[in-house]
Design a protein around this ligand. Structure first.
Ligand code: NAD
Ligand code: MG
Length: 392
């Protein structure tokens, strides 16, 4: 079989490493074009050499010489900076993984849509900030976007062969994150270490903290709306502490199609890598008899301001998703730096949404990459001001 040209944006991260794991199990099948990373130069260089990539790119411009030194004699090209990542994403591929964390993943993923057949999308921020732009661009270029977020891969799989018009509701599950059993009053004192430990999934630090604050689920509700074009009222969140049922699709006949699998991102990544073929994957096979019971409960809205804010963002529309994401990223930086407490993150996001809605014309501007970047910038400034107000 012909080799498939593949690139991985965010190769050194949790999703990127899981993607490389799958590719390295069948090295003859792939011609690796570009790998990108940020500060983890040694990992980036080692992986680029191991898979014989054409080019390795770090986001940090000041680390170019380090990367060059690490790649010396290997024949792998080195480049650095955000623009270099976007350029590398434009090298022709059959399949490209978008797994940079944060809004930084939007520009390269969007650019890649003009130069690839399939964009595997882990970077949910792209859809939250600019869902319509991503989907319209894919339609224009003929590139296919496949979801990699486990819930969205699950929905996509449950919808195979179905007519979206017959979908009544989509239910995404939430483990509840690190603090699901904590009393509400205790949450404000949650530490960085406590928020960075997920009970079921092994993921990057930022998404792990977002899981504890439910901002990850809030982003995923918006992602569901953007990707599958269903109404916000059709999207439900269900607490499921075991993370085995990833999503369910309910149809007009009352039937529910659930996707059940182990909490291992290589399933969703592998599904997107091999689509439309179902190929064997090295994930655990579930012993449902041993598991015995699947647990579900309704989310406790009082604990979860993030989900309420996501609903507000969907009702507002326009560029409010970009505001929401930028405010969330800035608030998360504030929590990681120890400037604000855990529950203050939602306050900062809410303050930022309120402040930005007062600035006329911004949220309603056309959804272009430039306008999204501008709104993102202003929202980060507004969120920083909110953090100063809320600090301590
Ligand atoms: P991670 O922090 O482990 O890795 C992030 C990657 O992005 C790294 O390669 C890092 O070098 C790179 N990066 C960081 N900042 C960058 C910047 N400014 N410019 C360019 N590159 C940068 O994150 P992750 O957990 O792998 O998550 C990646 C994306 O996938 C996120 O959007 C996340 O929400 C999504 N996702 C992750 C999981 C998971 O299991 N980890 C599941 C679903 C969705
Ligand atoms: Mg998810």
């Amino acid at each position: 079989m012909a080799q498939r040209r593949v690139s991985i944006l965010g190769a050194t991260g949790s999703i990127g490493q899981n993607t490389l794991d799958l590719i390295r199990r069948a090295p003859a099948g792939y011609d690796v074009v570009a790998l990108t990373g940020a500060g983890n130069i040694a990992q980036l260089a080692a992986d680029a050499k191991a898979v014989g990539a054409q080019i390795a790119v770090t986001a940090h411009e000041d680390r170019l010489e380090d990367l060059r030194a690490a790649l010396q004699g290997s024949g792998v090209e080195a480049a650095a900076g955000a623009n270099a990542i976007t350029e590398a994403a434009c090298r022709p591929t059959d399949w490209i993984m978008s797994a940079i964390v944060g809004a930084a993943g939007l520009a390269p993923g969007l650019a890649a849509l003009s130069h690839t057949k399939t964009l595997a999308l882990a970077n949910k921020e792209s859809l939250v900030c600019a869902g319509a732009l991503m989907l319209e661009t894919a339609q224009r270029t003929g590139a296919r976007i496949l979801p990699v977020d486990s819930e969205h891969s699950a929905i996509f799989q449950a919808l195979a062969g179905e007519d979206i018009a017959t979908v009544e509701r989509i239910i995404i599950t939430a483990s509840g994150g690190a603090f699901r059993d904590w009393p509400l009053e205790a949450l404000k004192d949650a530490t960085l270490a406590q928020a960075s430990a997920h009970p079921n999934w092994d993921m990057g630090q930022r998404i792990t903290i977002d899981s504890a604050s439910l901002f990850n689920k809030a982003m995923e509700v918006i992602e569901t709306r953007e990707f599958f074009r269903v109404d916000p009222e059709q999207i439900e969140v269900l607490i499921h502490p075991q993370s085995l049922v990833h999503a369910l699709v309910g149809f007009v006949d009352g039937g529910l199609m659930a996707h059940v699998g182990p909490p291992d991102m290589r399933h969703a990544i592998g599904y997107a890598l091999h689509h439309p073929v179902r190929a064997p994957l090295p994930v655990e096979r579930l012993d449902l008899a041993a598991i015995g019971q699947l647990e579900f409960s309704a989310p406790d809205v009082a604990r979860l301001p993030a989900l309420r804010l996501a609903r507000e963002v969907m009702a507002t529309g326009g560029l409010s998703g970009a505001v929401f994401n930028a405010a969330k990223e800035t608030a998360l930086d504030g929590f990681i730096a120890g400037t604000i407490g855990f529950t203050r993150m939602a306050d900062v996001v809410e303050d930022t949404l309120t402040e930005m809605s007062r600035r006329s014309g911004l949220i309603d501007a056309t959804m272009s990459l430039d306008n999204v970047a501008q709104v993102d910038h202003q929202a980060r400034q507004a969120a920083k001001a909110a953090i100063e107000k809320r600090a301590g």
